[in-house]
Design a protein around this ligand. Structure first.
Ligand SMILES: Cc1ncc(COP(=O)(O)O)c(C=O)c1O
Length: 409
């Protein structure tokens, strides 16, 4: 229990970065906590595992301007319990932004405001599954989604993928054995593989979902981070089928700390989501943040920020690609990503990603070993590198360290 919070400023600069807080713990012992963020980067280590943007890419100026503009208005509604589906003005601005960026119309009434894709996924598990239900996931899949599914005691059944994402024949074979409560899929710039599902497979997948009566939960958080040709339309564009719930997030296109995202789905799913007990008790999710991000959307600041991110990440891919070719070209195999955050490297079969990770610590480099993305303990000779957190020179240095770690094995 927090008994007392003591704020103390130090240094000449009175910014919040120089403000530490302390609290009295259970036994009235003063404890000091300097950490605000979920992960704490060690400056000596280059951790390719960090799947979030570096601080230099976070929109401090933009959010300052958005907050100043919105809070100058004589209207306190953003501080009230919010409309359950999410602020209508924000959904209107979001629908316009998505329609433009997806090049496909998005109806504001088909959008539900969430506190990010993770929270939406958790709510969907709460509302659409029972403990013990089977769900299908891609092999590999986003490792932290597996944690959410474990919280809900779901039975995770991995379905094979290839270079173009979910193998629809393998899905069809699995459907002959059982019907899942839902299929969780990351159709565009997949985490970790980077694969993008072609249009024909998207169409077949949606047909199968209506034939076999299962839901598709499409996690599309990387859809707008496309660095080359435009990807096929998001699976959310098939929401009229009634079987697709598309998840989006501002974490990857603005800032993860906003905890703001959306679900795009047919009206019957909207009602299911916003009439849940959670929304009834707490009101709409994140009304304050939505009100500020609405300004960023309406002023075109989100578009400009996203375009900057695309330019930075495109360049980082080129740098990391060149470094990997130069240092590890004869050891690892990969497809150069065309979007998202990640390189997915295949190591020689005999090399184990977790063993390499232990060795890499001595070389002050980190990454995520492939086995963590497996629904069945496989993928041991893969590893995932993220280029979202580090600038170009650190990416080059990280690959040099990775080579040294591999050579030492
Ligand atoms: C595929 C995928 N889904 C969801 C998330 C988390 O999204 P959010 O921050 O919106 O909860 C991530 C972040 O790494 C991700 O890679």
């Amino acid at each position: 229990m927090i008994v007392a919070i003591v704020y103390r400023r130090h240094g000449k600069n009175s910014s919040l970065e120089n403000c530490e807080y302390q609290y009295l713990g259970h036994n009235n012992v003063m404890q000091t906590h300097f950490q605000t963020t979920q992960s704490h980067a060690n400056p000596d280590v280059i951790d390719f595992g960090a799947g979030h943007p570096g601080d230099a890419l976070l929109p401090r100026t933009l959010m300052h301007a958005a907050a100043a503009q919105r809070l100058a208005q004589p209207d306190a509604s953003l501080l009230q319990y919010g409309l359950e589906q999410g602020d209508g003005y924000f959904r209107h601005a979001l629908a316009a932004f998505l329609s433009r960026r997806y090049a496909a119309p998005v109806d504001m009434d088909h959008l539900f405001v969430s506190s990010g894709a993770s929270q939406a996924l958790d709510l969907i598990c709460t509302l659409y599954t029972q403990p013990g239900d089977a769900i299908f996931v891609e092999e590999p899949t986003y490792f932290l989604a597996l944690r959410i599914f474990a919280d809900h005691r779901l039975r995770v059944i991995p379905i094979a993928t290839d270079a173009q994402g979910l193998d629809i024949d393998a899905l069809e074979a699995a459907l002959k054995k059982q019907r899942p409560a839902f299929l969780y899929i990351i159709p565009t710039h997949q985490n970790p593989s980077g694969a993008t599902l072609p249009l024909a497979r998207r169409q077949r997948l949606v047909e199968l979902s209506t034939q076999h009566n299962f839901l598709i939960v499409a996690d599309e958080v990387y859809h707008l981070l496309s660095y080359a040709a435009s990807p096929p339309p998001p699976l959310a564009a098939f929401a009229d089928s009634g079987t697709v719930l598309g998840l989006g997030s501002f974490s990857k296109i603005l800032a993860p700390g906003l905890r703001l995202g959306w679900v795009q789905a047919a009206p019957q799913h909207m009602t299911r989501l916003y009439t849940s007990g959670l929304l009834d008790s707490g009101g709409g999710l994140n009304p304050f943040t939505s009100a500020l991000v609405r300004v960023a959307l309406e002023e075109g600041w989100e578009d400009a920020h996203l375009d900057e991110l695309l330019a930075v990440y495109r360049q980082r891919i080129a740098v990391l690609d060149a470094a990997l070719q130069a240092e590890l070209g004869d050891t690892v195999r990969y497809a150069t990503p065309t979007g998202g955050y990640f390189f997915w490297l295949r190591l020689p079969d005999a090399l184990d990603g977790e063993t390499l990770l232990q060795r890499a610590a001595a070389h002050k480099v980190g990454f995520r070993p492939g086995v963590r993305f497996s629904g069945c303990g496989g993928l041991r000779n893969y590893l995932r590198l993220s280029f979202a957190f580090y600038a170009e020179e650190q990416l080059r240095e990280g690959v040099r360290r990775l080579r040294a770690a591999m050579q030492s094995l």
